[in-house]
Design a protein around this ligand. Structure first.
Ligand code: ADP
Length: 254
């Protein structure tokens, strides 16, 4: 579904040349949930920008469904750390913004919005405004907006980084369930080792800049995961331990 083939990205600034990624190769299969972890500045967001067509590689190729990415595509849904909702629009109308921008048939878009509102537990808040919602609920709205056009690929850049720990746990459980219900390929960037291991089937561990793939880890946990039970499995400890070793971190997982 997603393929990076020896991708190198260099940024020319006024004074320097920053080498962000160096010959990164990666394949994400259809329906897979993959997470990218790595130190700050190693090029995680750059990978997502390449896949979404916001950025072109300096060398190498980026392919989506076998075709070279040459610009933004309807195959992508994107969720950022900040929900970036329009304050003057209700929940439903924020979600429907995606349909307006893409000129989707209105009736179908409204049906899909209702489905997503239900799936993400936002029922009853359709007419609320962003300032009336908690951070977690705002991110649910952003997720609905990203999924409205049924993109086969969902890119998420630290989507829960600004949430408190408890809300983040709830969102993790819900995201895994929603992913199972929607048949989407997910590529998630996170700083949290535990979040990566709980959510993903494979974890891409990157090296410091210029980013390369240090290791691809098969998480190997059962498809259906219960939060606390999964985290107390020996396999979970093994996976998070391996990621931590690769990152050279000496701190406990979040
Ligand atoms: P991460 O998401 O892993 O923190 P990024 O992908 O955002 O890292 O950035 C990788 C490196 O490229 C960083 O050193 C960053 O400063 C640099 N970089 C990213 N975007 C630009 C840009 N538009 N111009 C110059 N340097 C950039």
């Amino acid at each position: 579904m997603i393929e990076l083939d020896r991708v190198t990205v260099r940024f020319h600034t006024r004074t320097t040349l920053v080498s962000a990624l160096h010959e990164v190769s990666l394949r994400i299969e259809a329906g897979e949930f993959a997470a990218i972890v790595g130190p700050s500045g190693c090029g995680k967001s750059t990978v997502l920008k390449l896949v979404s067509g916001l950025l072109h590689p300096s060398a190498g190729a980026v392919r989506l469904k076998g075709r070279t990415v040459d610009g933004p595509s309807a195959d992508i849904g994107y969720v950022f750390q900040r929900a970036a909702l329009l304050e003057w629009r209700s929940v439903r109308r924020n979600i429907l913004l995606q349909a307006e921008m893409r000129r989707l048939p209105a009736a179908d878009a409204r049906r899909r919005a209702d489905e997503l509102i239900e799936m993400t537990g936002l029922s009853g808040f359709e007419n609320a405004y962003p300032h009336e919602l908690s951070g977690g609920m705002q991110q649910r709205v952003a997720l609905c907006r990203a999924l409205l056009h049924r993109p086969p690929v969902l890119l998420m850049d630290e989507p829960f980084g600004a949430l408190d720990a408890l809300t983040r746990e709830q969102m993790n459980v819900e995201l895994r369930r929603i992913w199972q219900e929607t048949d989407t390929t997910v590529l998630l960037v996170t700083h949290s080792i535990a979040e990566a291991a709980y959510l993903a089937d494979r974890v891409v561990v990157m090296t410091p800049r210029p980013g390369t793939v240090a290791e691809l880890i098969d998480v190997g946990l059962p498809a259906v995961r219960q939060y606390a039970a999964t985290m107390s499995e020996p396999r979970f400890a093994k996976v998070t331990g391996r990621i931590r070793d690769l990152l050279g971190a000496r701190v406990a997982p979040e």
